[in-house]
Design a binder for this molecule. Structure first.
Ligand SMILES: [Cu+2]
Length: 132
């Protein structure tokens, strides 16, 4: 074993605990940087008795408004939203206004880009009660 190897081995022995600490602190933040829905209004899978005037989703991290989409459609696939989705001042809540909704099931599709550049997307339904 030559001098360089010994130096290298000692360096790694000292550095490894430090590297482990750095990874432990940094990795959870990287993993959480994707945007996941925290709260939906109307709630996922819910049945509401009065037609909502808007759909909003609050995410767990800030999102980019330019790349974020929020679509609402009725059971025949017709657009139910009115205008384009707006990002609230908190930069975590996406809201879109709705046309007057008739009773039935509605599908909400969302697709957002978090500040780390990663896109996440999902869909869920809610039902407006009444009718047949
Ligand atoms: Cu990410």
């Amino acid at each position: 074993m030559d001098h360089v190897d010994a130096f290298w081995e000692m360096s790694m022995r000292l550095l490894s605990p430090f590297m482990l600490l750095v990874l432990t602190v940094l990795l959870p933040q990287v993993a959480q940087a994707h945007a996941s829905p925290e709260a939906e209004d109307p709630k996922v899978g819910s049945t509401v008795t009065s037609p909502p005037q808007q759909v909003s989703i609050r995410f767990d991290v800030p999102i980019e408004s330019m790349f974020s989409k929020l679509d609402v459609s009725d059971s025949s696939g017709q657009n139910a939203e009115e205008g384009t989705p707006q990002l609230n001042a908190d930069t975590r809540t996406l809201t879109v206004h709705l046309k007057p909704l008739t009773p039935g099931e509605y599908t909400v599709k969302w697709s957002v880009v978090a500040k780390d550049g990663h896109r996440t997307e999902g869909a869920y339904t809610f039902t407006v009660a009444g009718g047949s």
